[in-house]
Design a protein around this ligand. Structure first.
Ligand SMILES: [Zn+2]
Length: 393
């Protein structure tokens, strides 16, 4: 991955390249920010730049009125670049939260077992993926991933070998907040004393969940949200309708994963049907149509379980957005097109007195579905409970 492959973030790229150009490479760094801001991609591009023998250094000063690229970049074609881009470099190691459904007790599960999935997902997404997408790639449904003590031991073992290719050895720890206590303590010991020409790159989405002792031993590279203009340009180059691209750029708060969702969602039949069900539920509730609410519940109960959970998530979004419009915060409402039109009209009915109750009902229905409650009972109760909150007074 080259810096130029990454969406926006020119300031971060410039800063990172400059530290390498000036020979100021800190041995333990932590890239922090939302997964959709490009933290992992930036970390990979940084390591590639550091190891590239043919890199182009950054141009120190941006000259007035030019759009010249001022950050340095790796060549992208030398053997080192190619191996790092393919995540196949012998001096580049990865640690990420992993797990396996149906693992035997005492079975050691470490990141290396899942490198094929890791490479595939990184290649497919350019490094823009979050924890849930990773667990999807691992086929984890009930289990979460974690980073074990065994994994930390493995890192020490690997680092005790000499560098294969004479450059920096690098360990990328993705989501270090998923380390258990033992793993964190082992890692701490490594971070305390720098190893020669060894680089630790932590990539964290929730740095506040880390031990303060770890945070104090790494240099933070804070990655902000992506500039909306860069997101818009990215979509424009991919022939996304300009109005939609602008909306995604504005609503996503600099998070590519959110932006992607917005762009894809508008075309999805499923979201359209969720919206229709929401409108119907609110209309029937407002008019207190009991029998029809029961029919509505039957229709919702007939959908698949996963589908029902996503529908409830959409309901939360629509409810909260209506409330924001009511509160005069239309600009940050997460809506577009027909949804925006409906929620604008509907917003007077979602206010302080009921917004949290409605959201609580939606979340409670979701909880019961997750615990395998009968969908017919869950949605019947849900429809009547929501109607009590909306009912015409
Ligand atoms: Zn290169």
């Amino acid at each position: 991955m080259r810096f130029s492959d990454i969406i926006g973030q020119d300031d971060v790229k410039r800063r990172l390249a400059r530290t390498v150009d000036e020979g100021r490479v800190s041995h333990a760094q932590m890239f922090t920010g939302a997964a959709g801001s490009g933290t992992l991609s930036l970390a990979l591009a940084y390591i590639q730049y550091l190891n590239c023998p043919n890199r182009t250094p950054g141009i120190p000063q941006k000259s007035e009125g030019t759009s010249e690229i001022t950050y340095g970049d790796s060549c992208g074609v030398c053997p080192s670049c190619q191996k790092i881009a393919a995540l196949q470099h012998p001096d580049l190691h990865f640690v990420m939260p992993v797990n396996k459904e149906g693992k035997k007790s005492g079975e050691a599960i470490t990141s290396d077992l899942f490198l094929p999935q890791w490479r595939k997902l990184t290649a497919e997404t350019g490094g823009y993926f979050d924890e849930a997408m990773w667990y999807g790639a691992l086929d984890l449904e009930k289990l979460q991933g974690l980073i074990s003590k065994k994994e930390a031991d493995e890192v020490i073992r690997k680092l005790s070998f000499k560098s294969f290719e004479g450059g920096f050895k690098a360990v990328v720890i993705w989501l270090p907040e998923k380390m258990n206590g033992e793993a964190a303590n082992t890692l701490l010991k490594i971070l305390e004393e720098p190893w020669e020409r060894t680089l630790f790159v932590l990539v964290s989405a929730q740095p506040r969940m880390l031990l303060p002792t770890i945070i104090s031993r790494v240099q933070e590279v804070a990655v902000p949200g992506i500039d909306p203009e860069a997101i818009e340009t990215y979509f424009a180059a991919r022939k996304v309708d300009p109005a939609k691209a602008r909306l995604a750029a504005r609503l996503s708060r600099g998070d590519m994963l959110q932006a992607q969702k917005i762009v894809n969602d508008e075309n999805s039949d499923e979201t359209g049907e969720d919206f229709e069900l929401f409108v119907e539920l609110m209309r029937l509730s407002y008019n207190d149509k009991h029998l029809e609410l029961l029919k509505w519940a039957e229709r919702a109960a007939a959908l698949g379980r996963e589908r029902q959970k996503r529908m409830l998530e959409n309901f939360v979004r629509l409810t909260r957005s209506s409330f924001m419009i009511n509160a005069g915060l239309e600009d940050i409402a997460y809506l577009w097109g027909a949804e925006m039109e409906f929620c604008r009209k509907f917003s007077p009915f979602i206010a302080n007195h009921n917004v949290e109750n409605i959201v609580a009902e939606i979340e409670s229905a979701g909880g019961q579905l997750r615990r395998n409650g009968s969908a017919a009972i869950v949605f019947t109760h849900f429809a009547l409970a929501v109607s009590k909150q909306i009912i015409k007074r």
